[in-house]
Ligand binder design. Structure first.
Ligand code: SRM
Ligand code: SF4
Length: 522
């Protein structure tokens, strides 16, 4: 560790200090001990921080009821795996639930520490892992949710995503090479035409691009680096001016993560994400260091990438490239699932499809491989009354982070409020197009308000001498082709006054009409 080694211990932040004392991965061997000790008797640093290396999150809002964050590469999970997750959540009764996350992943809630050994055994038996999913590790790697189903895709991302995860996590067992990064790190790969992974908000992203190599046009990826959101700063990823063929992607991931691990800034946690290193070095030096690790030079980027479609949301029924088969996207309101829902989703995938379930970064699910002949019966299943294939135009694009119910960073309640607000707006307005509204409970931006048509970021605000829950409003986020980030347009609207403000924005900017007015005009 060159730069890190020269940083004196005194200048290290408290996270670097505890990581240097004991690597988070060591926790894996201590689970039995913690289970018999109980959460109250545990060392606080182990409990509050190091457990996150195995995907177990202490929740100060619900002490003793932990959250578990999975790794679901490319967002693909089997019905057996979903069934196992359902069993885990079920044992916690009303405390148990799960959320589909904005990284195409699943988090479980209500977990008791004494159950961890049994839960990990169950996960192992069905090939699930939670390893390295929190803190200074590489997050769930996202890929196209309809990879391998989409007739228009340029590349099927599934295998590459799995290979990268296997390399970084030692096939889910934990890889000490990559468990002490300066900060979190996000990777996405897309081989489709609509950038369904939000490539631009990842520390490292691969987007499809054809390169003239000699007389041939060869498929590969342009590389983007340094995208991230944080309370202090938000940046879209920038081009590295590098193109790679698919067979080099795993090695490039390794090289870039190694450069970040060994040279990333560790003194100030607010300035530790990859982009800060790129700022300090300049892109040219960063590129050169990556080439050194890779052992070869990059080809320059292809002049254009192949992201030329508007982003799809995959809700509804769609034909697959395999003749006679369909994939069906179900809308899961704000991604929240309970044990009964999960058993039912698992059953539907088993009975009607091939036993496969896919997750999207919009917190929804897709059931693929449903034969034409079974479609009508599938669409008549009672679960689809709640998890609709044709939700309202605001409902279908709603995304929300966890918020105050479980997250101690939250400045406001999000998920329930988001749902109630959308229902109220849909009952008042006639819409002609979906409007993507994203809620996030604090400036950490887990709910990605900067990619939304209308982004709502939790804040505290003052009204009549009182402190209230409020939001800052973001607009102008564009996804898919020519993706770019939205910016803050209004600050500190009290949540209790938000509905008419949103109504007005929808009418002024998105062609919505008041139902009342429409009645009068006709
Ligand atoms: Fe996040 C921290 C939830 C996606 C930026 N995020 C947290 C914690 C772990 C804070 C905590 O300990 O309570 C939240 C857990 C709450 C809980 O109980 O669920 C949390 N983040 C989430 C999830 C579950 C939001 C959701 O409802 O979907 C998402 C889980 C993704 C996953 O499966 O791994 C989630 N977080 C994101 C994203 C979006 C993305 O990756 O596309 C971002 C912005 C993109 C980025 O990271 O660049 C994001 N989360 C953060 C940050 C700010 C990072 C920074 O550099 O400062 C924090 C705070 C931190 O890391 O210090 C944070
Ligand atoms: Fe928690 Fe803030 Fe992330 Fe929402 S945005 S999950 S409130 S850290």
């Amino acid at each position: 560790m060159t730069d890190t080694a020269t940083t004196t211990t005194a200048s290290l932040n408290k996270f670097e200090k505890f990581k240097a004392e004991k690597d988070g991965l060591v926790i894996k061997e201590e689970i039995e001990k913690f289970a018999s000790l109980g959460w109250e008797a545990m060392d606080e640093t182990d409990r509050d921080h190091r457990l996150k290396w195995v995907g177990v999150f202490f929740r100060p809002v619900t002490p003793g009821k932990f959250m578990m964050r999975m790794r679901i590469p490319n967002g693909i999970i089997t019905s057996a795996q979903m069934g196992t997750l359902a069993e885990v959540v079920q044992r916690y009764g009303d405390d148990g639930s799960a959320d589909i996350t904005t990284r195409q992943n699943i988090q479980l809630r209500g977990i008791a520490i004494e159950d961890l050994p049994d839960i990990f055994n169950r996960f192992h038996a069905v090939g699930l892992t939670t390893i390295q999913s929190g803190m200074d590790n590489i997050r769930n790697i996202t890929g196209d949710p309809i990879a391998g189903l989409d007739a228009d895709e340029l590349f099927d991302t599934r295998e590459l995503v799995q290979q990268i995860q296997d390399m970084l996590t030692n096939k889910g067992e934990g890889n000490p090479e990559f468990t002490n990064l300066p900060r979190k790190f996000n990777i996405a790969i897309t081989g489709g035409r609509d950038n369904s992974v939000h490539a631009e908000i990842n520390d490292l992203a691969f987007v499809p691009a054809f390169k003239e190599v000699g007389a041939q046009k060869v498929f590969g990826f342009n590389i983007l680096v340094g995208g991230f959101f944080s309370g202090k700063r938000c940046e879209a990823a920038i081009p590295l001016n590098a193109w790679v063929p698919p067979e080099d992607v795993v090695a490039v991931c390794r090289a870039i993560v190694e450069v970040f691990r060994d040279h990333g800034l560790r003194a100030n946690r607010q300035k530790s994400r990859l982009m800060w290193l790129i700022d300090e070095w300049g892109l040219a030096k960063f590129r050169l260091e990556v080439e050194k690790r890779l052992g070869k030079s990059f080809l320059s980027a292809a002049p254009k990438d192949e992201i030329d479609w508007e982003k799809r949301d995959h809700i509804g029924v769609y034909k697959q490239k395999q003749p006679g088969l369909n994939y069906v996207g179900l809308h899961i309101p704000v991604g929240r699932l309970y044990a009964g829902d999960m058993f039912e989703i698992s059953r539907l995938a088993e009975v009607y499809g091939s036993g496969e379930i896919r997750l999207t970064v919009e917190q929804n699910i897709i059931i693929p491989n449903i034969p034409e002949s079974r479609l009508a019966t599938f669409l008549a299943e009672p679960l689809l009354e709640r998890f609709a294939v044709d939700p309202g135009l605001l409902t279908r694009s709603l995304v929300s982070c966890t918020g105050a119910q479980f997250c101690n960073f939250a400045l406001i309640e999000t998920k329930n409020r988001a749902l109630a607000m959308i229902q109220a707006l849909e009952s008042e307005l006639i819409l002609t197009r979906p409007v993507r509204i994203h809620w996030t409970g604090c400036p950490n931006s887990c709910g990605q308000p900067q990619v939304a048509d209308i982004g709502l970021m939790g804040t505290k605000t003052r009204k009549n001498g009182k402190t209230l829950e409020g939001v800052d409003i973001y607009m102008g986020g564009k996804v898919g082709k020519d993706a770019h980030l939205g910016t803050c347009v209004t600050k500190g609207i009290p949540c209790e006054d938000l509905q008419p403000v949103l109504q007005d924005l929808l009418i002024q900017h998105f062609g919505a009409k008041l139902k009342q007015e429409a009645l009068v005009t006709h």
